[in-house]
Design a protein around this ligand. Structure first.
Ligand SMILES: Nc1nc(=O)n([C@H]2C[C@H](O)[C@@H](COP(=O)(O)O)O2)cc1CO
Ligand SMILES: [Zn+2]
Length: 186
């Protein structure tokens, strides 16, 4: 809660630049981009894993956002979301588009050359191919939880060969709270 007993100078000293009054607890660029990826993941219908991705140009503009979901025109209610069926055709993996693929396909620019992709999960080998072919140069990932899977090892092999850098996301913040209620009137 705001401390109303502080005078103006103290407020400026605590919250911002005392010369100009600028806020200093604004979101860092990296936190902003990863938060957009994570927010986008909340749109996913996958009960087991929600993944989001956000593509950013060299001049820090968001040029594509995606999350894991079924292909356009294929109803979420008709294709399977499970993964434990004996028949491959009854499992989600045959159908679901990964967050990174969707972010690339949803791009709102001519291309994504030299961009960075912020993604909640390290890209699989199929998305790695798309990332490389699309011209993206850098990957910032939140989780590397599948790091021992063959698909991820293949991704890293291709990224290393193609000279694409990847690093795990780090932040001073542990959370960002989004309040969807109207701010209380003062
Ligand atoms: N990088 C990724 N981006 C993604 O969008 N996914 C998606 C595919 C599935 O919908 C889900 C993984 O499901 P599961 O294997 O944890 O039940 O996450 C998965 C990975 C992992 O490489
Ligand atoms: Zn993938």
């Amino acid at each position: 809660m705001e401390n109303l007993s502080l005078n103006n100078e103290e407020v400026l000293f605590n919250n911002g630049n005392s010369q100009t009054g600028k806020r200093n607890d604004y979101l860092e660029w990296e936190d902003y981009f990863m938060a957009v990826a994570i927010l986008s993941a909340q749109r996913s219908k996958d009960p087991a894993k929600q993944v989001g991705a956000c593509i950013v140009s060299e001049d820090k503009k968001i040029v594509g956002i995606g999350y894991n979901g079924m292909p356009n025109g294929c109803s979420d209610d008709e294709l399977p979301w499970v993964k434990n069926q004996a028949d491959e055709l009854d499992n989600k993996f045959a159908y679901v588009c990964h967050a990174e693929m969707n972010a690339i396909m949803n791009k709102n620019t001519y291309d994504v050359k030299d961009c960075t992709i912020y993604t909640a999960l390290f890209p699989c080998n199929e998305c790695a191919k798309l990332i490389i072919q699309s011209g993206i140069r850098q990957i910032v990932y939140l989780s590397d939880e599948n790091k021992n899977k063959k698909s991820i090892l293949a991704s890293k092999r291709m990224f290393n060969l193609a000279g694409i850098s990847y690093r795990q996301f780090e932040s001073k913040r542990s959370e960002i709270v989004i309040n969807l209620r109207q701010p209380e009137a003062h």
